[in-house]
Design a protein around this ligand. Sequence first.
Ligand code: GRG
Length: 296
Amino acid sequence: MIEALLGDEKVEVERALERACEWLSDELPDELFQPALHAVLSGGKRLRPLLCVVAYRACGGRTGPAVYDLGAAIELIHAYSLMHDDLPCMDDADLRRGQPTPHTIFGEAVTARAGTALIPAASLWALTASDALGVDEAVSRRIVSELNRAAGAGGMVGGQALDLLGEGQHLDSTELDRQHGMKTGALLTVSLVIGGLAAGASDTAIAGLESFGRGIGLAFQVTDDILDATEVAADLGKHPSDGLHDKSTYVSLYGLEEATRRARVLAEEATEALRGAGIDAPALMALASYVVERKR
Ligand code: GRG
């Protein structure tokens, strides 16, 4: 189902990431470009750019290469976050997407710098893509500010800080939802919002995309915790690590069965919110199912 709906989209997303890397090769010194290239082109589900492109289309946007470039800008933020997350001072992981993590190849200091270089690069690339899409300046400004807000202290960075502080603590469901809403949900949600903004979506449609994003963001994280508790590195492409870092997870909080049920309910509620906002997009509905049915 998901392959039939999104197979070609993923190919286009990969092409856009290659275009972004070609641009980065001129922007960054080679020492920083190589780890960035490894992080950006090492596979992955490409969920964030796919959400952006599919939301754009669902809101009436006409496709063309530039919307994939916009999605690629979000993926640059995601790539940096994984580079930094895997560093020894954070989650200390040597495997991701079935490949060695950048710091195990290029060293910690260079990987930290290369990841940091991707943060401003993402904003510049989002601006370039917005210009190419022909959106007006106020919308471009909003796209870039929404991206930075979601990536920053009130979003992904703040959520990661809570995650690190929460190691060894017993978080309740409100604390866990807040942490993951920021750490994972904010970037997934803004991917949809940016796609909607680029397509000139109404405030109602943007609000619907936001509710959908918050729902699938939490469903994504509950599923991540289930996979971490039940799968092995050969299937996951990374070492399960929640137990190692003594993290509170949805599985430790609810147990496997209830966590599985909760992920499904969250995904269903998310699709209802989307329909409620007048967006009836099979590809977005398929992505919501994929988020909870995925095996890695
Ligand atoms: C300075 C506190 C501080 C933070 C720096 C490291 C960092 C910023 C943020 C980390 C955020 C992070 C790792 C969020 C996890 C998001 C997540 C669930 C990643 C896995 O996403 P997938 O499954 O990965 O979409 P693929 O490989 O498919 O792209």
